[in-house]
Ligand binder design. Structure first.
Ligand code: UDP
Length: 196
């Protein structure tokens, strides 16, 4: 199951380990995604308990890299696309919310290790290198065009304030941790978007 860090909602604990049960609004605009993934995990575990189904559950944290859609609204692709088009970078809220971005190749390695393991409970896969959205905007602007403006827009409802994976379990049981730094991964992603 390709699950998500969204199962932790707007977490009261940071970093988030698999044993944290999350803090999720069941009736907000993001709830169909958060609760959908949570019930998917529930169903996987029930099938395992009742039918002995062999399962793997990966909780995917924010991931980025080449071949993202330029206009799907996610922050890394938005900032890169905006900067390449010489537009202002749009920050939602004050930009002090954090995320932790994992380069796609690292994520795929983690996914393969998980599939080849016998761990049938949820495992966080993500990069623990945490950054504020404001810092991310400045970093991407610096790499593409330092003269661009940063503009602030309203924060969407239930936008999580913090998100950082505790990857102790993946390190211990999958012998996995990310290898590609945010700077290195952004450079690869930016050059792919430039060709696009
Ligand atoms: N965000 C932003 N500007 C954008 C797109 C997103 O400031 O143009 C913020 C968004 O509000 C959130 C963070 O960046 O706090 C990550 O957003 P994304 O949709 O990429 O991932 P998610 O919220 O699911 O972690």
């Amino acid at each position: 199951l390709a699950s998500t860090s969204e199962v932790y909602g707007n977490p009261k604990e940071s970093p988030q380990s698999e044993s944290y049960h999350g803090y999720v609004n069941p009736v907000g605009p993001r709830s169909c995604y958060d609760e959908g993934k949570r019930v998917a995990e529930t169903l996987c575990l029930d099938y395992q308990r009742i039918h002995n189904l062999d399962i793997r559950i990966m909780r995917i944290f924010n991931t980025y890299g080449p071949r993202m859609k330029p206009n799907d609204g996610r922050v890394v692709s938005n900032f890169i696309y905006q900067a390449l088009q010489k537009k202002s970078l749009t920050i939602y809220g004050d930009g002090l919310q954090t995320r932790s971005f994992c380069y796609v190749d690292d994520l795929i390695d983690g996914m393969i290790n998980l599939m080849n393991s016998n761990i049938n409970s949820p495992v966080n896969i993500g990069n623990p290198q945490e950054i504020t959205i404001l810092e991310l905007a400045k970093k991407i602007r610096e790499k593409i065009n330092p003269n661009l403006e940063i503009v602030f827009k309203p924060l969407p409802q239930d936008d999580p304030l913090k998100r950082q994976p505790d990857i102790t379990k993946a390190k211990r049981y999958l012998d996995w941790e990310p290898k590609i730094s945010l700077d290195n991964g952004l450079d690869k992603t930016i050059s792919w978007f430039k060709n696009l």
